[in-house]
Ligand binder design. Structure first.
Ligand code: ADP
Length: 483
């Protein structure tokens, strides 16, 4: 690996996690190893001391039963049972003078410690010492024990056996420790890579999206861990961005297609008047037509912006409890002259008041658009029925007409912007009313559905979540409803 590659690797989270893991594991193993060695060596030493003190007790009993002669005889018998390279026995008096001993040729450097004798004279029953001998590779454990009046046993034992046993333990655990320390970074690296796999995928997906692949999503594994939650949140964020981008793209397409015709008309009229118009009347006609088309254009642009605002959820809605029965009632009053002109009957009975939580102006626009459509697409002599009811926390408003109906082919498209079933555009309209109505219903947590049969009539149903009746906003003004 090049130096640049290594420096790059050093900055990764996987590298730092591996380092943490390997470091912690190594430290933990070393502490355990040291604690274990300390424990084993103390157990072994305790066992040795116990052996030495047992011997001292034995000598004290011999002294009591058989006197100093018996003790000397026991010293002479020791070589029969014990290796005198490993052990020595020496009987001394309180002044440190030797009374009897085993063969001390292998223990020439063992002196009688004045300090130990001092401690015994001060009242200690025994004194234990560990000596390092220049002529012996292993240490020696020595006990000074008072075994009778004026008689002290000095006994020593080589710690060779103990040290060898401890060395075996040290070697075994040392090997285990080295293996663990060597494997710790590998295991740590593997674990860190596995844990960060999901994050890597999120990064890859983000990179592909930044290159323009907006359809890409992070795969969700179903493990239910933090990384999966990140993937789900990331995907839903992408969905939102996707719908916003495509909403904007759709809007620019709409502008290109549908706003071009009124502009072309304005331009055509202005050009014609300029080239052929001679009189003041002709100029006035052109001006009033231009104003009319401009108003229509402005209305369409505003409605499109309102739809986009409602769909993206960035619009400011004042949510209060609205008496929706009142809203419908006022809308019917407003449209009654049009219905009477066309000879259409509007049926609406109010058995009870119903309340929804929302923005009163938006709800007025939604109701007006649906009522306007029902009247517009119902021929003379027909009926428009508005019904309202409540069910399980929802308010349902139905607009039923006996109008021209909608064909099966058109039905899936009527909520799209600028979609109009009648391609000859006999009826006035922009094709934006239903898009806006549905966007408003959805912003309020509801929806609009439609059932229709060509030549028989249509049924539009609005579902909105119910609200508690207070504080109540009553609709008193329907003056500025625009499509
Ligand atoms: P607009 O009414 O301005 O044309 P809308 O978005 O309100 O636009 O409606 C889209 C199209 O759906 C209308 O042009 C019409 O063809 C059809 N439509 C809507 N409501 C009805 C209805 N009640 N009966 C028959 N057709 C309808």
């Amino acid at each position: 690996m090049s130096l640049k590659g290594f420096l790059k690797l050093r900055r990764t989270l996987a590298y730092r996690l591996t380092l943490w893991y390997a470091g912690t594991l190594t430290l933990f193993c070393v502490v355990i190893f040291l604690a274990f060695i300390f424990l084993v060596s103390s157990i072994i030493q305790e066992r040795t001391d116990h052996e030495l003190l047992s011997e001292a007790i034995e000598y004290s009993e011999i002294l009591i039963s058989s006197g100093i002669g018996g003790a000397k005889a026991e010293i002479n018998r020791e070589p029969v049972f014990m290796d005198m390279d490993e052990f020595f026995f020496r009987l001394i008096n309180t002044d440190g003078e030797e009374i009897a001993s085993t063969d001390m040729s292998s223990w020439k450097n063992v002196v009688i410690s004045r300090k130990a004798l001092g401690k015994l004279s001060e009242g200690s029953k025994h004194v234990l010492e560990t000596l390092t001998m220049p002529d012996r590779p292993y240490k020696v454990r020595v006990v000074y024990a008072k075994i009778g009046p004026g008689t002290i046993l000095q006994m020593g034992r080589s710690l060779e056996e103990n040290d060898r046993l401890l060395d075996i333990f040290k070697n075994i655990f040392g090997i285990i420790l080295v293996v663990l320390i060597l494997f710790a970074p590998l295991t740590g690296w593997f674990m860190a890579r596995r844990a960060l796999e999901g994050i890597e995928e999120v990064t890859k997906t983000a990179m592909e999206i930044s290159k323009g692949d907006f359809e890409r999503r992070v795969s969700v594994t179903g493990r239910g861990d933090e990384v999966e939650r990140l993937a789900i949140t990331f995907n839903s964020m992408l969905d939102r961005i996707h719908s916003l981008i495509f909403g904007m793209r759709e809007m620019t397409d709409n502008i290109a297609h549908d706003l071009r015709s009124p502009i072309t008309r304005i331009r055509g009229l202005a050009e014609m008047t300029l080239t052929t118009g001679k009189t003041k009347d002709e100029y006035e006609f052109m001006t009033s037509n231009t104003i009319e088309e401009c108003d229509r254009l402005l209305g369409m642009i505003n409605t499109m912006l309102d739809i986009t605002e409602a769909e993206s959820g960035v619009g400011e809605f004042k949510k209060v409890a609205v008496d929706i029965t009142d809203v419908i009632h006022n809308a019917i009053e407003l449209f009654l002259p049009i219905a009477e002109d066309k000879g259409i009957t509007i049926n609406f009975s109010v058995p009870a008041r119903h309340y929804v939580s929302g923005d009163i102006q938006q709800l007025q626009r939604m109701v007006a658009n649906l009522l306007d459509n029902s009247l517009k697409f119902t021929p003379s002599g027909g009926t428009v029925t508005v019904e309202i009811g409540e069910d399980e926390g929802e308010v349902e408003i139905s607009f039923i007409d006996t109008g021209i109906g909608i064909s099966e082919e058109d039905l899936p498209h009527i909520f799209k912007r600028f979609y109009r079933c009648d391609k000859s555009h006999r009826e006035a309209g922009t094709g934006l009313g239903l898009s806006l109505a549905r966007a408003i219903a959805r912003t309020h947590g509801g929806d609009i559905t439609v059932k229709s049969r060509l030549g028989e009539g249509s049924f539009f149903s609005v579902i909105l979540p119910k609200a508690p009746p207070f504080p109540l906003i009553s609709n008193s003004c329907y003056a500025n409803i625009t499509k």
